[in-house]
Design a binder for this molecule. Structure first.
Ligand SMILES: [Zn+2]
Length: 314
């Protein structure tokens, strides 16, 4: 089944939907809706109240009889939960690890990026968004491992696969409709991001998704896909791991390693500057550094972006 990459509600199976924001740029995530009778479970809210309102009104129009009783936040990045206050009547669920991170991941965390003395190339990632009015609204139910929810007559499985993209990533499996929502474990059409890692957990999460034998896979970002796209995302991670490990052994810096990565096989993927984050994650592991030191990598990311763009236009 091919689902258009256009903003709106798309039916994936009789009672299972994706809400897609038709952009691969950072901050435009996908959401999901699993219905049964008049009950529904929403997968993720969005970065801004405006984006979340637009989604909720599209859902109300497309599936008017449905009442959102459950919300699952796939992880703690703001583009997957900062709209929670608009669905605060529902039971909000996340992994315990994600909920813990959310306490320090509210909209105040974008303030440093918006300040006048921030590198304008970094500021450009958050500037398009209006974060006003957000009151962090946390999950009311948390779990570790796996949790089964009943939505109407339908069983929905929540499976924790983090730490991988972030500390507490959760994927959502709808067995009878053969749909998986992967959160940011997958970003089809783009380079994915390994924030927490280890990268092996991201690779393993791809394998777990493949084992679920779903027909349709909704990534956290990018177009809806299937097994083929999951295999490609896994292969990408394996290539990054092998390349970064060899470059580390040769004493190269993460930026050098990123510049030397052969992009030809992945030339169609957007956001190639994210390579530096993924190579950085492998380096952290090899160096035995536990905590992600994001900010130096973010500066190198915008440098890499600039040099990649220069290569393309040259
Ligand atoms: Zn995201």
């Amino acid at each position: 089944m091919s689902v258009p990459f256009t903003t709106g509600v798309h039916r994936l199976a009789p009672e299972t939907f994706a809400y897609v924001q038709g952009s691969r740029a950072t901050g435009y995530a996908n959401a999901g809706l699993v219905c049964s009778g008049d009950e529904a479970l929403l997968v993720d809210t969005f970065y801004t109240l405006g984006q979340t309102r637009q989604m909720l009104s599209a859902i109300a129009e497309a599936v008017p009889t449905t009442d959102i009783c459950w919300v699952v936040n796939t992880h703690h990045d703001g583009d997957h939960w900062w709209g929670n206050q608009l669905v605060a009547d529902a039971m909000i669920v996340s992994s315990t690890a994600a909920a813990r991170k959310m306490r320090h991941a509210g909209p105040e965390t974008v303030a440093p990026f918006l300040s006048a003395d921030t590198d304008p190339r970094l500021r450009a990632y958050v500037e398009p968004f209006d974060f006003s009015g957000i009151t962090p609204t946390y999950p009311t139910i948390t779990f570790g491992g796996e949790l089964e929810l009943t939505v109407g007559k339908r069983t929905v499985r929540l499976i924790e696969v983090g730490p991988a993209h972030t500390d507490g990533d959760v994927i959502i499996h709808v067995p009878d409709e053969r749909v998986v929502y992967a959160g940011d474990i997958l970003m089809f059409g783009s380079h994915g991001v390994v924030h927490s890692g280890p990268i092996d957990n991201c690779i393993r999460a791809c394998e777990s998704i493949l084992e679920l034998d779903a027909e349709t896979v909704v990534p956290g970002h990018g177009p809806v896909g299937g097994k083929q796209e999951v295999v490609r995302a896994r292969d990408y991670l394996e290539r990054v791991k092998a390349h970064a490990t060899a470059a580390h052994q040769q004493g190269k810096s993460p930026l050098e390693a990123a510049r030397e990565f052969d992009l030809s096989e992945f030339a169609d993927l957007d956001n190639a500057e994210r390579l530096i984050l993924n190579i950085g994650a492998v380096y952290r592991e090899l160096n035995g550094d536990g905590t992600p030191g994001m900010s130096p990598l973010l500066h190198q990311m915008v440098e890499l972006k600039e040099s990649l763009e220069a290569t393309v236009t040259a």
